[in-house]
Design a binder for this molecule. Sequence first.
Ligand code: PLP
Length: 407
Amino acid sequence: MALVNECFLKLSNNYLFSDIAKKVSAYKAANPKAEIIRLGIGDVTKPLPKAAIEAMHKAVDEMACGETFRGYGPEHGYEFLINAIIKNDYEPRGIQLDECEVFISDGSKSDVGNIGDILGINNTIGVTDPIYPVYIDSNVMSGRAGDNVEGKWSNITYMPSVMENGFVPQIPDHKMDIVYLCYPNNPTGTVISKAELEKWVQYALKNDAIIMYDAAYEAYIQDASIPHSIYEIKDAKKVAIEFRSFSKTAGFTGVRCGYTVVPKELTARTASGERVALNALWNRRQCTKFNGTSYITQRGAEAVYSAEGKVQVRETINYYMTNAKIMHEGLTSMGYNVFGGENAPYLWVKTPDGLTSWGFFEKLLNEANVVGTPGVGFGPSGEGYIRLTAFGERANCEEAMTRLKRL
Ligand code: PLP
């Protein structure tokens, strides 16, 4: 008899986005003339940079010809893309990486979700709260999260990141083996300073912990003092894995490409105390379970680093960040407490008058026909906030602010 992985049965279905869709459809059915503005979207809306499109067209043509056709590529990615990443994303920040430390993938959701394959089941986990749900759910699936007690998993330490602590989560004094950090943060849009990140690296060194550093939104950082990579911190290579994505940087959400850095120095222990390099394990995992990102996609990603590609990527990010500025200024002038939106495409708005996340969602939908994402959907400390994103059209962001002013 085949048995299921019962850990999957512990997961509650994530109804957040379907609940939002249902409420919006019901409102639309009752108010067919209403023009709904969606500021909840977590997906990009602008097309790919032209340089990436041209490179992918060229790669398709190569596939059409016997001499240039490519079949299976290296599981960890083509050298041309790995070298472009090292040269452009790391060397200018004083970080040296070996080619074997960078693993190209089909996006960072897969890597963030799969990385647990190489780590023991008895590790304890820490997350800042609210957070991108994949970190928690993937650990529930593998049996590492424990039991759900009143909305929290028993083997997971939740570190609140809220207005009251300035979105600087308190580092606990107890030991956690694996800590997930995401900066710039989804959903709060807040960032971490070098000094705070240094504290985390020190914590990991002291406690023999590993930091999973998700930097999917690093391209949105505007403030030059904010770190883009955890490896800007001394000794971080001994304790951190870094995840990056072309999705929000260059519009690759539908094309699929990301990468993960697993430094050679990074180790974890066996139960008997022997140190094992995680780079070799991740390589082994990928070679067994992943057959590489498509050549065409990798050529597209490489073009993001060309001179034209860089200009085009910057233009799109500037567009989204101008949306963010318009919303940030608009909401602040209306008296809302607004966080994020300065180094990230997400704005995190405190609900007014003690409303719950869903209460404010309903108010915005019913009275302004604007859709946000209830913060509580990202974790218990998200209650009392709503997430707005800057990925929409400029005119819609402006119109949304006009409607909110009228509220
Ligand atoms: N990490 C964070 C924090 C995200 O918000 C997302 C996507 O929304 C991802 C990772 C996944 O990105 P990708 O499209 O590369 O899988």
